[in-house]
Write a protein that binds this ligand. Structure first.
Ligand code: CUA
Length: 160
């Protein structure tokens, strides 16, 4: 079988690229412990409304001053639809879905996760800039996907 020199070069480059991509993912996973925000903690999607972790969605302040936001995603809204958090403190978002896969992206920030039924997605971020942020669902979840949005208000004063 004859393999042209250019074919060999391109095959080699493709192998190198795949190795580089896998290498960067592996390096990020182990050196920075980065992993998808979901698939850590499980929850029965049929019982999310009565589960103590999600029975009362909303904002709460922990004893150390950090803020926790519990959000329930469902077709086609977020509960609560309006979230108010203080600037300059760590804010931990905990999310789950009552039905299908949704997305939760805080536009203009690094807050972005999939919301997968059966799992709790969690990420922590801090908002340096007070103001109104749009929250959008960025996973297609059905006919009302395009209207599924929320609002995040980052305030300069202390946590509520
Ligand atoms: Cu929820 Cu798209």
């Amino acid at each position: 079988m004859h393999v042209d020199l250019y074919e060999k070069i391109w095959m080699g480059l493709a192998v190198l690229m795949i190795a580089a991509f896998l290498g960067s993912i592996t390096y990020g996973a182990f050196a920075f412990a980065s992993h998808p925000p979901s698939h850590v903690e499980t929850i029965d999607p049929k019982l999310v409304r009565t589960d103590a972790r999600f029975a009362t969605p909303g904002v709460s302040t922990r004893p150390d001053g950090s803020v926790q936001v519990v959000v329930l995603a469902q077709m086609f809204s977020f509960q609560p639809a309006e979230i108010r958090v203080p600037a300059h403190v760590p804010v931990t978002f905990r999310l789950t879905s009552a039905d299908v896969i949704h997305g939760f992206a805080i536009v203009g920030s690094n807050g972005n996760t999939m919301v997968v039924p059966g799992y709790v997605s969690q990420f922590t971020t801090e908002f340096a800039r007070p103001g109104d942020y749009l929250i959008v669902c960025n996973e297609f979840c059905g006919l009302g996907h395009h209207v599924m949005s929320g609002k995040l208000i980052v305030t300069e004063e202390e946590a509520p």
